[in-house]
Design a protein around this ligand. Structure first.
Ligand SMILES: [Zn+2]
Length: 84
Protein backbone atom coordinates (compact mmCIF):
# COMPACT_ATOMS: atom_id res chain seq x y z
CA UNK A 1 0.00 0.00 0.00
CA UNK A 2 1.29 3.42 -0.83
CA UNK A 3 1.52 6.04 1.89
CA UNK A 4 2.47 9.51 0.77
CA UNK A 5 3.99 11.81 3.38
CA UNK A 6 4.66 15.51 3.68
CA UNK A 7 4.90 18.12 6.40
CA UNK A 8 2.05 19.27 8.63
CA UNK A 9 2.10 22.38 10.82
CA UNK A 10 0.02 21.62 13.90
CA UNK A 11 0.10 25.27 14.96
CA UNK A 12 -1.60 26.47 11.74
CA UNK A 13 -3.30 23.21 10.68
CA UNK A 14 -1.61 23.55 7.28
CA UNK A 15 0.17 20.91 5.20
CA UNK A 16 2.48 20.58 2.23
CA UNK A 17 1.59 18.23 -0.59
CA UNK A 18 1.90 14.58 0.36
CA UNK A 19 4.75 14.00 -2.08
CA UNK A 20 6.92 11.21 -0.66
CA UNK A 21 5.72 7.60 -0.87
CA UNK A 22 7.16 5.89 2.22
CA UNK A 23 9.43 8.95 2.44
CA UNK A 24 9.47 9.48 6.20
CA UNK A 25 13.21 8.87 6.52
CA UNK A 26 14.09 11.30 3.73
CA UNK A 27 11.86 14.03 5.14
CA UNK A 28 13.27 13.51 8.64
CA UNK A 29 16.77 13.78 7.19
CA UNK A 30 15.94 17.10 5.54
CA UNK A 31 14.16 18.34 8.68
CA UNK A 32 17.48 18.23 10.52
CA UNK A 33 18.45 21.26 8.44
CA UNK A 34 15.44 23.26 9.65
CA UNK A 35 17.44 25.73 11.72
CA UNK A 36 19.79 26.41 8.80
CA UNK A 37 16.92 26.79 6.34
CA UNK A 38 15.12 29.26 8.61
CA UNK A 39 18.37 31.12 9.22
CA UNK A 40 18.19 33.03 5.95
CA UNK A 41 18.27 33.04 2.20
CA UNK A 42 21.99 32.23 2.10
CA UNK A 43 20.89 28.65 2.59
CA UNK A 44 19.50 28.75 -0.96
CA UNK A 45 23.06 29.05 -2.31
CA UNK A 46 23.77 25.54 -1.10
CA UNK A 47 22.95 22.65 -3.39
CA UNK A 48 21.31 20.23 -0.97
CA UNK A 49 18.89 17.56 -2.07
CA UNK A 50 16.60 15.03 -0.46
CA UNK A 51 17.20 11.60 -1.94
CA UNK A 52 14.63 11.23 -4.70
CA UNK A 53 12.74 14.42 -3.88
CA UNK A 54 15.11 17.20 -4.91
CA UNK A 55 12.30 18.82 -6.94
CA UNK A 56 10.46 19.44 -3.64
CA UNK A 57 13.15 21.17 -1.60
CA UNK A 58 12.15 24.73 -2.63
CA UNK A 59 8.58 24.18 -1.49
CA UNK A 60 9.77 22.63 1.76
CA UNK A 61 12.15 25.52 2.41
CA UNK A 62 9.25 27.96 1.95
CA UNK A 63 7.13 25.91 4.34
CA UNK A 64 9.84 25.79 7.01
CA UNK A 65 10.29 29.58 6.80
CA UNK A 66 6.58 30.40 6.90
CA UNK A 67 6.20 28.13 9.94
CA UNK A 68 9.43 28.95 11.77
CA UNK A 69 9.09 28.10 15.45
CA UNK A 70 5.81 26.24 14.93
CA UNK A 71 5.03 22.64 15.82
CA UNK A 72 5.71 20.75 12.57
CA UNK A 73 5.18 17.02 12.20
CA UNK A 74 5.17 14.44 9.45
CA UNK A 75 1.70 14.03 7.96
CA UNK A 76 0.40 11.50 5.47
CA UNK A 77 -2.40 11.32 2.95
CA UNK A 78 -4.61 9.49 5.48
CA UNK A 79 -4.44 12.30 8.03
CA UNK A 80 -2.00 10.49 10.32
CA UNK A 81 0.87 12.35 11.96
CA UNK A 82 4.26 11.36 13.35
CA UNK A 83 6.89 13.34 15.17
CA UNK A 84 9.83 14.44 13.08
ZN1 LIG B 1 2.51 27.09 11.15
Amino acid sequence: MSTYWGLHCVTCDESTDHFANHGEAAIRQYAQLRELICGGDDFDRLNIEIDGYSWMTGDLDDFWRRHAGHNIMLGNEYGESEAL
